[in-house]
Design a protein around this ligand. Structure first.
Ligand SMILES: Nc1ncnc2c1ncn2[C@@H]1O[C@H](COP(=O)(O)OP(=O)(O)OP(=O)(O)O)[C@@H](O)[C@H]1O
Length: 232
């Protein structure tokens, strides 16, 4: 469970996340939607302990990420698929992380299989990966410790339609097993098909949240543009 309470972040005097409150329940996929620069990544970084809130709190299972006893096994994080060391192979990256988490090599093979990276691909340096391959590696990395909570920033970025469908199923199955999923996107169609619960943010503030039905989102694009002020 993720509990975000009156969360704010100020950079250089400017509020980029402004009094954001929402919860992500186990068994659900929460879609965090907003236009470029709305504050999605900043919020997710605070959930994962990478950035300190100016005020308010982002709690995972009741405590801030940094206070979790075994965070790598509790929360799977994908924030920037291009952040991995470019000179290492996909397999090396996962093996190192598996060691840190105290997991066996078998788990590395399992997640590689799960995300559909071929043996040949896993032996290539990440520098030579396509964006879609980097994204799959990032998802493998997030899944490594079999975490209950997944926090994913734009996970569909760079995936082809087959990849997007695969990821949607993966997240759905994770939630159906009782997991908690929070994913951000500006790909409306993707969120529309994946999420049970939607949180819409614009200029740092939550402008709407609820189920698709609650938001009256028959035409999510229209609703999104209206809520985020992109059209009158
Ligand atoms: N480290 C930082 N220092 C100063 N300003 C920042 C910093 N990180 C983010 N910002 C600003 O905060 C605002 C929100 O950025 P953020 O990356 O959270 O938005 P986003 O909703 O994830 O956007 P996108 O969809 O484009 O990724 C932007 O105006 C951005 O320029």
């Amino acid at each position: 469970m993720i509990d975000i309470r009156q969360l704010s972040k100020r950079y250089n005097g400017r509020l980029v996340v402004d009094d954001v409150t929402f919860r992500c329940e186990p068994g659900t996929v929460t879609g965090f939607l907003g236009p470029n620069g709305a504050g999605k990544s900043t919020t997710l970084r605070m959930v994962c302990g990478l950035s300190a809130p100016t005020s308010g709190a982002a709690l995972v299972d009741g405590v801030p990420y940094r206070a979790l006893p075994d965070p790598g096994r509790r929360v799977g994080v994908l924030l920037d698929a291009s952040a991995h060391h470019l000179g290492r192979t996909g397999r090396e990256i996962l093996t190192l992380s598996a060691q840190v988490l105290g997991l066996g090599r078998d788990r590395v093979d399992e997640v590689l299989d799960l995300v559909g990276l071929t043996e040949e691909a896993t032996r290539k340096r990440v520098r030579g990966y396509s964006l879609g391959m980097r994204q799959r590696l990032g998802i493998a990395h997030a899944l490594l410790g079999e975490p209950e909570v997944l926090v994913l920033d734009e996970p569909a970025n760079g995936l082809d339609p087959g990849g997007i469908r695969w990821m949607r199923r993966l997240l759905r199955e994770h939630a159906d097993r009782g997991g908690t999923v929070l994913l951000s996107s500006h790909l409306l169609a993707e969120i529309d098909r994946t999420a049970d619960y939607l949180v819409v943010i614009a200029e740092g503030r939550v402008v709407a949240q609820g189920s698709r039905d609650d938001l009256g989102a028959d035409d999510l694009e229209e609703t999104f543009l209206r809520l985020t002020g992109a059209v009158e």
